[in-house]
Ligand binder design. Structure first.
Ligand SMILES: Cc1cc2nc3c(=O)[nH]c(=O)nc-3n(C[C@H](O)[C@H](O)[C@H](O)COP(=O)(O)OP(=O)(O)OC[C@H]3O[C@@H](n4cnc5c(N)ncnc54)[C@H](O)[C@@H]3O)c2cc1C
Length: 390
């Protein structure tokens, strides 16, 4: 079998790339290790930057996000017992949209199915080879049968634990990593969100975040130890701990109820450079991870795909400039989002080795962020997403 582009991974990166290439008449197959149901069941990101919404709209798959997404013009940061609102819209003219990653994935899957495009789910033992030649090959098994896929390009959209990054010779790739000494315990519940906007809380017992997926579905997080386990957190304990980290008014009004999902995620900053190896491109979580505090992971993945789809479309129109510039363009944006995510994480979390002095310095920095017009603007322009050509 031969295609122009073999896409490994049917997360948001792979599905969006497949969609954009198909609209340009480029033939692509997506190979995904898991089942479609499994991919749809993963509860992950939920805050979309304006640039992400714009791209989904341009790609003809933004209707439901516009209809059902919640547009937020501000965000609250709580510390030292007080909440402070940052007016994103007033400071930048932009906002963010709360619309779950699962919904983006569903929209992309439905568009793909409606166009009759091929996604091979439960493709096992995917291997990529010869990507340093003009004829890359992908091998995989489906239902025990071995397949060989010849292609012009391979897009490694297979997430942090995928095989594409691992297939690059060690000497050709450099990685940068910071692992944080805590995780996030998250619960999803059909309860009224704590507020109309997200609330990020710095507290002496640790960080917490009150977020949502819709007007009736909440997503809350607590900073927890890396060694902690979901079984240690029955719902009652979760809600009680969250209340202790909120101010009395918020705690009093918090709507609580049974969780419908509960998980612990470790926090990590990670970048692998470059993002192109001959005819293999890496995109999304396959090449970078940010701690979720800045809500940048999915948005960065979408930005990579914006550049990669344009580069491949340009290639088939006769120019390789986009392909040559792909890695550098993405990495510039990625490192700025890495910086913001690291900074916001460092501001809000309790680190085991934070001295009393450092803690007061963090309070002072947050105080500056929420009260200085210049500092609030810097925060807001990063939070809503930096412009693409800046
Ligand atoms: C708990 C959690 C919360 C998050 N919260 C946020 C948030 O609030 N805001 C935000 O912007 N981001 C958030 N993120 C990050 C966001 O979910 C990711 O950045 C996003 O999923 C990246 O999409 P992707 O398609 O690049 O990778 P993935 O979504 O990881 O998709 C990769 C796909 O490749 C498949 N795959 C892997 N290996 C193989 C293989 N060998 N063969 C074939 N297929 C393979 C996987 O099954 C998967 O379907 C969160 C992530 C997690 C884990």
């Amino acid at each position: 079998m031969r295609v122009q582009v073999a896409i490994i991974g049917a997360g948001p990166s792979g599905l969006l790339l497949g969609h954009l290439l198909a609209r340009a008449g480029i033939d692509a197959v997506i190979l995904e290790r898991r089942s479609a149901e499994y991919v749809l069941g993963r509860i992950r990101a939920g805050v979309l930057e304006q640039g992400t919404i714009d791209l989904l709209t341009e790609a003809g798959i933004g209707d439901r996000a516009h209809r059902e997404g919640l547009v937020h013009h501000g965000v609250e940061i709580a510390f030292a017992g007080q909440r402070h609102r940052i007016d994103l819209h007033k400071l930048t003219g932009k906002g963010v949209t709360v619309y779950g990653q699962t919904e983006v994935t569903r929209d992309l899957m439905e568009a793909r199915a409606a166009s009759g495009l091929t996604t091979v789910y439960e493709a096992m033992d995917v291997r990529v080879e010869a990507f340093d030649t003009a004829n890359p090959i992908v091998h995989y098994f489906k239902d025990g049968v071995s397949h060989r896929l010849a292609c012009d390009f391979i897009a490694g959209c297979d997430g942090y634990h995928g095989i594409c990054r691992e297939s690059v010779p060690a000497g050709a790739i450099k990685t940068y990593e910071r692992v944080y000494p805590f995780g996030w315990l998250g619960i999803l519940s059909d309860t009224r969100p704590a507020s109309e906007e997200l609330i990020y809380v710095r507290h002496e017992r640790g960080f917490s975040l009150c977020s949502m997926r819709s007007a009736t579905r909440s997503r809350h997080y607590l900073q927890c130890a890396l060694t902690d386990r979901v079984e240690n957190w029955p719902d009652d304990r979760f809600w009680a701990e969250l209340k202790t980290r909120l101010d009395p008014e918020m705690a009093e009004n918090l709507d609580t109820g049974p969780s419908i999902e509960k998980s612990i995620a470790p926090l990590r900053s990670f970048v692998a450079e470059p993002m192109r190896f001959g005819r293999l491109f890496l995109a999304g979580d396959a090449t970078h991870i940010v701690p979720p505090t800045g809500a940048k992971g999915l948005n960065l993945a979408v930005a990579d795909i914006r550049y990669l789809s344009a580069a491949l479309i340009e290639h088939y129109a006769g120019s390789d400039q986009g392909i040559d510039e792909y890695s550098a363009k993405c990495l510039r944006r990625i490192w700025r989002a890495e910086r913001f995510s690291w900074w916001f994480t460092s501001m809000l979390h309790r680190f085991p080795d934070t001295a009393a002095f450092d803690s007061r310095i963090l309070d002072a920095e947050l105080d500056y962020v929420v009260h200085s017009h210049a500092a609030s603007t810097a925060f807001a322009e990063n939070y809503v997403g930096l412009p693409f050509d800046a």
